[in-house]
Design a binder for this molecule. Structure first.
Ligand code: CDV
Length: 310
């Protein structure tokens, strides 16, 4: 399969949706020209990373949420996908007809039909105003926890799962999808290089990003395509390092800068099957009865009573 990851440089407050979509269309054309059949775009790809700004919900909804998908601004991306016969993943802020707000990603097939939707489950940040912080991270204010679970969809003979940004740091995310036989997991992210909660060295943001993608691809025998929105958005820096990771845990393609950049790889889905046949043959080696705490507990608690050994 030809896979492309379309990293985006900054989307500033002044940038219109139409201008952003023109950038996405240009990268989609480049991906197709490089024989990609599917392209991964970032989280909240259509706007600046607005959860960094304090505002009330009404203003956020008015300025940053999509009331329908596709809408007039985004339609050119769907039209181009249909023309080129290329599928895609796109992250955006979703306002439902019932007025609910989610951080959402869609899976669009090669005929430009939306075949899957994911609503972000692991929402980082806070819901209160932190006037002393250099910026806000208000995902817990602007979004509800996703209500759709972690799905896997088959399109053009490839089983694809989706998640968003902070989800990539949680092992449960991938295992729930690999247990549904996902072969490829795609995700977009906006990762600020500064941590507003503690003095995290900036380089760790990239190090931990690499670690989770490489370990998760290997432990779940899946390919991963991860697309950043990065660079300086109105002075706020976010990491790049968009990448394609193999089920071996190896990085096979990686963005070199912090601007719009398409990376591609021909990914061999049989490689995942090789790992699933051997070291990660789930049916043969997993012991779910020893994993019960994972679904019984949310936070860490006391050690369990130990069974007596013979
Ligand atoms: N948009 C995100 O989910 N960002 C988080 C940051 C806050 C750590 C991430 O995991 O990259």
């Amino acid at each position: 399969m030809g896979l492309a990851v379309a990293q985006m440089g900054a989307v500033n407050l002044a940038d219109s949706r139409a201008a952003v979509v023109r950038r996405l269309v240009e990268m989609m054309r480049e991906a197709a020209a490089r024989q990609a059949e599917f392209v991964v775009f970032p989280e909240l790809a259509l706007t600046t990373f607005f959860p960094r700004y304090w505002m009330d919900d009404a203003e956020a909804v008015e300025r940053y949420f999509e009331k329908s998908m596709p809408n007039a601004d985004v339609q050119p991306l769907f039209d181009t996908a249909r023309e080129l016969g290329i599928g895609f993943y796109l992250g955006y802020a979703e306002l439902t007809p019932q007025g609910r707000q989610f951080n959402t990603a869609i899976l669009v097939d090669r005929s430009a039909k939306i075949i899957g939707k994911y609503r972000k489950i692991h929402l980082p940040g806070h819901s209160d105003h932190k006037p002393d912080a250099p910026f806000q991270h208000l995902e817990k204010k602007f979004f509800e926890v996703g209500d759709l679970g972690f799905g896997v969809w088959e399109t053009n003979d490839v089983k694809i799962g989706m998640c968003l940004c902070n989800d990539r740091r949680w092992p449960e995310t991938y295992r729930v999808m690999s247990l549904q036989s996902a072969e490829l997991i795609v995700l977009g992210y906006n990762t600020p290089s500064l941590n507003i909660h503690w003095n995290e060295p900036a380089h760790l943001r990239t190090t931990t990003h690499e670690i989770v993608l490489q370990a998760s691809a290997y432990q779940n025998a899946v390919w991963i395509g991860a697309a950043a929105k990065c660079g300086f958005e109105d002075g706020h820096h976010m990491i790049g390092s968009s990448m394609i990771v193999a089920p071996s845990g190896e990085i096979v393609a990686r963005a070199s800068g912090e601007e719009d950049e398409v990376i591609t790889a021909r990914i061999d889905l049989a490689l995942g099957q090789t790992f699933r046949d051997h070291v990660f043959n789930f049916a043969k080696h997993r012991s779910p009865h020893h994993y019960k705490l994972i679904v019984e507990r949310t936070g860490a608690g006391d050690p369990l009573p130990r069974p007596d050994a013979d």
